[in-house]
Design a protein around this ligand. Structure first.
Ligand code: FES
Length: 161
Protein backbone atom coordinates (compact mmCIF):
# COMPACT_ATOMS: atom_id res chain seq x y z
CA UNK A 1 0.00 0.00 0.00
CA UNK A 2 1.40 3.35 -1.02
CA UNK A 3 1.70 6.18 1.44
CA UNK A 4 -0.03 9.48 0.93
CA UNK A 5 1.61 11.75 -1.56
CA UNK A 6 0.55 14.94 -3.22
CA UNK A 7 0.44 12.97 -6.52
CA UNK A 8 -2.36 10.80 -5.19
CA UNK A 9 -4.15 13.75 -3.61
CA UNK A 10 -4.21 16.07 -6.63
CA UNK A 11 -6.70 14.07 -8.76
CA UNK A 12 -9.02 13.72 -5.78
CA UNK A 13 -8.92 17.45 -5.11
CA UNK A 14 -9.67 18.14 -8.77
CA UNK A 15 -12.60 15.70 -8.79
CA UNK A 16 -14.24 17.07 -5.64
CA UNK A 17 -13.26 20.75 -5.91
CA UNK A 18 -15.99 23.13 -4.77
CA UNK A 19 -18.21 20.24 -3.52
CA UNK A 20 -18.17 20.29 0.29
CA UNK A 21 -20.85 17.58 0.45
CA UNK A 22 -18.32 15.16 -1.10
CA UNK A 23 -15.84 15.41 1.77
CA UNK A 24 -16.54 11.89 3.06
CA UNK A 25 -16.25 10.42 -0.41
CA UNK A 26 -12.88 12.12 -0.87
CA UNK A 27 -11.61 10.94 2.52
CA UNK A 28 -12.68 7.34 1.81
CA UNK A 29 -10.92 7.42 -1.57
CA UNK A 30 -7.78 8.84 -0.02
CA UNK A 31 -7.69 6.22 2.71
CA UNK A 32 -8.48 3.40 0.25
CA UNK A 33 -5.51 4.45 -1.85
CA UNK A 34 -2.98 5.44 0.79
CA UNK A 35 -4.06 3.48 3.85
CA UNK A 36 -4.62 6.59 5.94
CA UNK A 37 -5.55 10.27 5.78
CA UNK A 38 -2.37 12.24 6.20
CA UNK A 39 -3.12 15.24 8.47
CA UNK A 40 -0.72 17.29 6.30
CA UNK A 41 -3.32 17.10 3.51
CA UNK A 42 -6.18 18.60 5.51
CA UNK A 43 -5.49 22.28 4.63
CA UNK A 44 -5.46 21.48 0.90
CA UNK A 45 -8.65 19.43 1.21
CA UNK A 46 -10.38 22.22 3.13
CA UNK A 47 -9.35 24.83 0.55
CA UNK A 48 -10.45 22.71 -2.41
CA UNK A 49 -13.87 21.91 -0.96
CA UNK A 50 -14.55 25.40 0.44
CA UNK A 51 -14.57 24.14 4.01
CA UNK A 52 -12.70 25.33 7.10
CA UNK A 53 -9.77 23.28 8.35
CA UNK A 54 -11.69 22.77 11.59
CA UNK A 55 -14.61 21.24 9.68
CA UNK A 56 -12.36 18.79 7.82
CA UNK A 57 -10.43 17.94 10.99
CA UNK A 58 -13.72 17.41 12.83
CA UNK A 59 -14.93 14.89 10.26
CA UNK A 60 -11.64 12.97 10.16
CA UNK A 61 -11.53 12.66 13.95
CA UNK A 62 -15.26 11.94 14.38
CA UNK A 63 -15.23 8.77 12.28
CA UNK A 64 -13.13 6.03 13.83
CA UNK A 65 -12.80 4.49 10.39
CA UNK A 66 -10.28 7.14 9.34
CA UNK A 67 -6.67 6.59 10.28
CA UNK A 68 -4.34 9.58 10.59
CA UNK A 69 -1.15 7.50 10.61
CA UNK A 70 0.04 4.62 8.42
CA UNK A 71 -1.75 1.41 9.42
CA UNK A 72 0.08 -1.39 11.20
CA UNK A 73 1.22 -4.21 8.92
CA UNK A 74 -1.07 -6.76 10.57
CA UNK A 75 -4.60 -5.80 11.60
CA UNK A 76 -6.62 -8.22 13.70
CA UNK A 77 -10.33 -7.52 14.02
CA UNK A 78 -12.02 -9.63 16.67
CA UNK A 79 -15.79 -9.88 16.94
CA UNK A 80 -16.87 -8.74 20.42
CA UNK A 81 -20.62 -9.21 19.85
CA UNK A 82 -22.83 -11.50 21.89
CA UNK A 83 -22.60 -14.84 20.05
CA UNK A 84 -18.83 -14.67 19.92
CA UNK A 85 -18.60 -13.50 23.53
CA UNK A 86 -20.66 -16.47 24.67
CA UNK A 87 -18.41 -18.92 22.86
CA UNK A 88 -14.99 -18.00 24.15
CA UNK A 89 -14.48 -14.66 22.41
CA UNK A 90 -13.40 -12.77 25.51
CA UNK A 91 -10.92 -15.45 26.54
CA UNK A 92 -9.60 -15.32 22.99
CA UNK A 93 -9.30 -11.52 23.27
CA UNK A 94 -7.20 -11.87 26.43
CA UNK A 95 -5.03 -14.49 24.72
CA UNK A 96 -4.49 -12.24 21.69
CA UNK A 97 -3.58 -9.26 23.89
CA UNK A 98 -1.24 -11.45 25.91
CA UNK A 99 0.64 -12.85 22.97
CA UNK A 100 0.83 -9.64 20.92
CA UNK A 101 1.43 -7.24 23.81
CA UNK A 102 -1.29 -4.95 22.43
CA UNK A 103 -4.70 -3.80 23.65
CA UNK A 104 -7.90 -3.93 21.63
CA UNK A 105 -8.80 -0.49 20.31
CA UNK A 106 -5.61 0.98 21.72
CA UNK A 107 -2.54 2.21 19.91
CA UNK A 108 -0.93 -0.38 17.60
CA UNK A 109 1.76 -2.44 19.27
CA UNK A 110 4.65 -2.54 16.82
CA UNK A 111 3.34 -3.92 13.54
CA UNK A 112 0.09 -5.29 15.00
CA UNK A 113 -3.17 -3.44 15.48
CA UNK A 114 -6.07 -4.94 17.46
CA UNK A 115 -9.58 -3.73 16.67
CA UNK A 116 -12.99 -4.73 18.04
CA UNK A 117 -15.81 -5.26 15.58
CA UNK A 118 -19.41 -6.19 16.25
CA UNK A 119 -20.50 -9.19 14.21
CA UNK A 120 -18.73 -10.59 11.19
CA UNK A 121 -21.74 -12.61 10.06
CA UNK A 122 -20.26 -15.85 11.43
CA UNK A 123 -22.32 -16.12 14.62
CA UNK A 124 -22.99 -19.86 14.17
CA UNK A 125 -19.25 -20.43 13.78
CA UNK A 126 -18.05 -18.17 16.57
CA UNK A 127 -15.72 -16.90 17.79
CA UNK A 128 -14.72 -15.14 14.60
CA UNK A 129 -12.01 -12.70 13.61
CA UNK A 130 -10.20 -11.34 10.59
CA UNK A 131 -6.47 -11.05 10.07
CA UNK A 132 -5.69 -8.54 7.33
CA UNK A 133 -9.26 -8.86 6.05
CA UNK A 134 -9.19 -12.68 5.82
CA UNK A 135 -12.07 -14.13 7.81
CA UNK A 136 -11.54 -17.01 10.25
CA UNK A 137 -14.24 -18.74 12.29
CA UNK A 138 -14.22 -21.13 15.28
CA UNK A 139 -10.90 -19.66 16.33
CA UNK A 140 -9.29 -21.15 19.42
CA UNK A 141 -6.19 -19.66 21.06
CA UNK A 142 -4.03 -22.39 19.50
CA UNK A 143 -5.53 -21.80 16.07
CA UNK A 144 -5.00 -18.06 16.47
CA UNK A 145 -1.29 -18.62 17.15
CA UNK A 146 -0.98 -20.60 13.90
CA UNK A 147 -2.99 -18.05 11.88
CA UNK A 148 -0.94 -15.13 13.16
CA UNK A 149 2.30 -16.84 12.36
CA UNK A 150 1.05 -17.61 8.80
CA UNK A 151 -0.05 -14.00 8.31
CA UNK A 152 3.28 -12.63 9.48
CA UNK A 153 5.17 -15.01 7.17
CA UNK A 154 3.03 -13.83 4.26
CA UNK A 155 3.87 -10.19 5.08
CA UNK A 156 7.58 -11.00 5.21
CA UNK A 157 7.39 -12.77 1.83
CA UNK A 158 5.54 -9.79 0.39
CA UNK A 159 8.43 -7.56 1.47
CA UNK A 160 10.96 -9.81 -0.30
CA UNK A 161 9.07 -9.97 -3.63
S1 FES B 1 -21.54 -12.28 16.91
FE1 FES B 1 -19.53 -12.66 16.24
S2 FES B 1 -19.79 -13.11 14.15
FE2 FES B 1 -21.77 -12.56 14.79
Amino acid sequence: MAHATHETLAPLLARHAGKPAELLELLHSLQDTDGFVDPAHLPAIAAALNLSRAEVHGVVTFYHHFRTAPPPRTIIQLCRAEACQSRGGEALARHIEGCTGGRFDGEPCGDIGLESVYCLGQCALSPALTINDTLHARVTPARFDALLSEAQSACAEGDRS
